[in-house]
Design a protein around this ligand. Structure first.
Ligand code: FAD
Ligand code: FES
Length: 263
């Protein structure tokens, strides 16, 4: 039997700089993937970490990696043609069937846009599969913006609001936390509207509370967790909250379940 912990080496095809500390790595990969699943990436002798899949096609996948520590510092030294070790995909990801035919608002904060980017892109490209589609994205500052080209393309056909916590002389767009922009969403159908909320824990907490205050039903809200993980395959218990293995049952959860998982 194959050792489930054993990573394989995959070739890096391309690296795009998003910000000073966030790069998108395109890696050769063939296999079934769902947006919002994650890979365990590693460099032998350095370490291993879960990273969301933020895009894919038949021959490659993309991951936007923030340079924050031991492993990610070393990953930033890699170049196209080098090998990155990976195992996965893991987790449930965003099942587009849950959202088809619905009035959907995607609300993302910072790097939280990465796990949901592929699913947003799917519905932007297949807008006939939604009743109504809206996108609300917040970043700390103009320099922290990710996926600028994607967002510009989404804006062409979809009601897309981008806000930054704090602007600068280059920024003539919206400022303020995402929670202050929820009124911009079309709330005429709020009882049936679905919200997908992904971002830092504090952003997800206050955004979901605000959505519920505005009339969203709890079971129409979906979130994705970036909980500390180790094995990614339900063996080590690192990610476990009560009886729930976030790595197996998540990282995407309906809010009715997610609200019980805050420890
Ligand atoms: C499901 C899931 C999906 C994820 N998706 C992504 C993604 O798409 N992109 C992404 O960039 N990350 C993602 N992460 C987070 C990523 O796995 C972590 O940031 C990981 O720890 C990075 O590994 P590292 O070895 O580079 O950092 P580590 O060395 O483990 O450092 C991680 C954090 O600890 C802090 N730290 C490090 N050393 C110290 C110290 N001595 N004292 C105090 N603090 C310290 C760092 O500042 C950093 O914030 C995801 C996590 C999960 C669970
Ligand atoms: S990360 Fe090991 S059980 Fe979930």
């Amino acid at each position: 039997m194959d050792n489930p912990y054993l990573p394989k080496a995959y070739e890096i095809l391309d690296i795009q700089k998003e910000t000073e500390i966030d790069y998108t790595f395109k890696v050769a990969f063939e296999g079934d993937l769902i947006g919002g699943q994650f890979m365990e990436i590693s460099i032998p002798g350095v370490g291993e970490a879960p990273i969301s899949i933020c895009g894919f096609d038949e021959r490659s996948l993309e991951m936007t990696i923030r340079k924050v520590g031991r492993l990610t510092d070393r990953v930033f030294d890699l170049r196209p043609g080098d090998k990155l070790f990976m195992r996965g995909p893991y987790g449930n990801g965003f099942d587009v069937n849950l959202f088809r035919g619905k009035d959907i608002a995607f609300i993302a904060g910072g790097t939280g846009l990465a796990p949901v980017r592929k699913t947003i892109d799917y519905f932007v490209r297949n807008s006939e599969e939604t009743e109504n589609l809206e996108i609300l994205v917040g970043f700390k500052s103009p320099n922290d913006r990710l996926f600028i080209d994607d967002i510009e393309r989404w804006k062409n056909t979809v009601n897309t609001t981008v806000t930054v916590d704090k602007g600068d002389e280059t920024w003539d767009g919206e400022t303020g936390l995402v929670t202050t922009k929820i009124d911009r969403l079309d709330l005429s159908n709020v009882k049936d509207k679905v919200a997908v909320v992904v971002g830092p824990p504090v952003m997800m907490k206050f955004t979901t509370l605000e959505l519920i205050k505005k009339g969203f039903k709890e079971d129409n809200i979906w979130v994705s967790f970036e909980r500390k993980m180790s094995c990614g395959i339900g063996k080590c218990g690192h990610c476990k909250i009560d009886e729930t293995y976030v790595c197996l049952e998540g990282p995407v959860f309906n809010y009715t379940k997610a609200k019980e998982l805050i420890d």
